[in-house]
Design a protein around this ligand. Structure first.
Ligand code: GDD
Ligand code: MN
Length: 379
């Protein structure tokens, strides 16, 4: 991750057991309350620790606040990111800079109880544990009263959608810990959006996930940054997790989904053109072309979002070529099968086989050639 940032003086020497990473955006007011609490709890439990604030240049006096806290003797340092923004990448950055044997992430707004820190640490230290969640949804865990139906439903639906990737009760949580060695296993992190805990559980291959109950309080100062845009990002995040976990199968499903929307576009356009143009052959050709272009953009932006080894125009030409190849094969198979005894008199069955093979060719063309990924071998 290339980034411009400033890093305040490193923590004092000596082994660190627990690194507490706190991502912040406009939380200066909360830090003055949170940091002393974290220190007090960890000192009482005799845990060698460091606190790392990863701030995205909030311009709200965060550096001054952290300076003051350091002068008061708290083992805290600040990383200010000047160009990047986003909760997940901030947490990853903090973990990369951390020196502790165990890494922990918590929110700055006092939603996550510092009192639970010793138990989080103790649990993550249990041999074989990959990941620990400070959980709202295991027995004993609670959220502030007065969560409206919408917020509750929202949280539950988001959790349900994560089911294919984890059986944790609260995989959305922003309060979690893991051993440094587990973090080091992270492969292909694409930290978008808010759900960095879920991302790490999947990409670090966490098998043993434990949850300890916490009470999740509402923030007192400042505002939540969890907007509608973040929710859309979450859907995109889930899609990427599916690509990671199910590989080519996930792409195939999306490719076929896109193809289905393309067919709808094709037929609607065809109907429209037939009603305005006197030449059916032209209407058919234009509708096919529009649908193909539609499919191209969806596959480029969605199915093969990470396939950007060549420019868009070259990709478009290749996509067209691959469609032509697929459709020619589809046509040839449909025609040829008419001479195979099993298919004689069954034109639609023959055409269907052609469509399946043609789609397969299109798909392989897209996967291996049109939208191939950087560093993936292909011509
Ligand atoms: N560096 C950085 N950059 N920090 C950020 C950014 C950002 O772009 N956006 C948010 N943060 C910080 C906030 O300052 C806060 O410390 C923490 O991330 C959580 O942000 P909130 O805005 O308070 O999130 P929330 O309360 O709506 O969501 C919390 O609960 C969710 C589950 O209900 C978070 O813990 C989420 O991670 C969690 O999924
Ligand atoms: Mn919050």
């Amino acid at each position: 991750m290339s980034s411009i940032s400033t890093v305040s003086s490193a923590a004092q020497g000596g082994a660190v057991t627990l690194s507490v990473v706190v991502p912040t955006y406009r939380e200066a007011e909360n830090l003055a309350l949170l940091i002393p609490k974290i220190s007090a709890v960890l000192r009482a439990a005799a845990v060698a620790h460091e606190i790392i604030i990863v701030d995205d240049n909030s311009q709200d006096g965060t550096p001054e606040a952290v300076d003051g806290l350091r002068k008061d003797g708290h083992a805290v340092r600040l990383i200010t990111r000047l160009e990047e923004r986003g909760l997940s990448s901030a947490v990853v950055r903090g973990f990369q800079e951390a020196r502790g044997e165990y890494l922990l992430c918590m929110d700055a707004d006092l939603s996550h109880p510092p009192e639970a820190l010793p138990q989080m640490l103790e649990t993550v230290r249990t041999p074989g544990t990959d990941f620990v969640i400070g959980s709202r949804y295991v027995s004993g865990g609670t959220t502030e009263e007065g969560w409206g139906l919408f917020r509750w439903l929202n949280s539950r639906v988001a959790t349900l959608l994560a089911r294919p990737f984890t059986s944790a009760k609260d995989p959305m949580a922003g309060y979690f810990a893991l051993p440094r060695a587990v973090f080091a296993r992270a492969r292909e992190l694409s930290p978008i959006g808010y759900k960095i805990g879920l991302e790490l559980m999947v990409k670090c291959g966490c098998k043993q996930v434990r949850e300890i109950p916490i009470h999740f309080s509402d923030r007192k100062f400042g505002q939540s940054k969890l907007t509608f845009k973040e929710q859309v990002r979450y859907l995109n995040h889930l899609k990427r997790l599916a690509d990671y976990k199910y590989g080519t199968l996930s792409r195939l499903v999306q490719f076929c989904g896109v193809g289905a929307t393309g067919m709808a576009v094709d037929f609607s356009f065809y109907a429209l053109l037939l009603s305005i143009l006197p030449w059916p052959w032209l209407s058919r050709a234009l509708a096919i072309w529009v649908a193909m272009t539609w499919n191209f953009f969806l596959n480029r932006g969605f199915t093969f979002w990470d396939g950007r080894a060549i420019g868009a125009l070259r990709q478009y030409r290749r996509f067209v070529a691959s469609c032509v190849a697929g459709n020619l094969a589809s046509w040839a198979i449909a025609m040829g099968l008419n001479y195979v005894p099993l298919f004689v008199g069954h034109r639609f069955q023959a055409a269907f086989v052609g469509v399946v093979v043609g789609t397969g060719i299109n798909f392989l063309g897209s996967l291996l050639w049109v939208f191939r990924r950087e560093g993936h071998a292909a011509t």
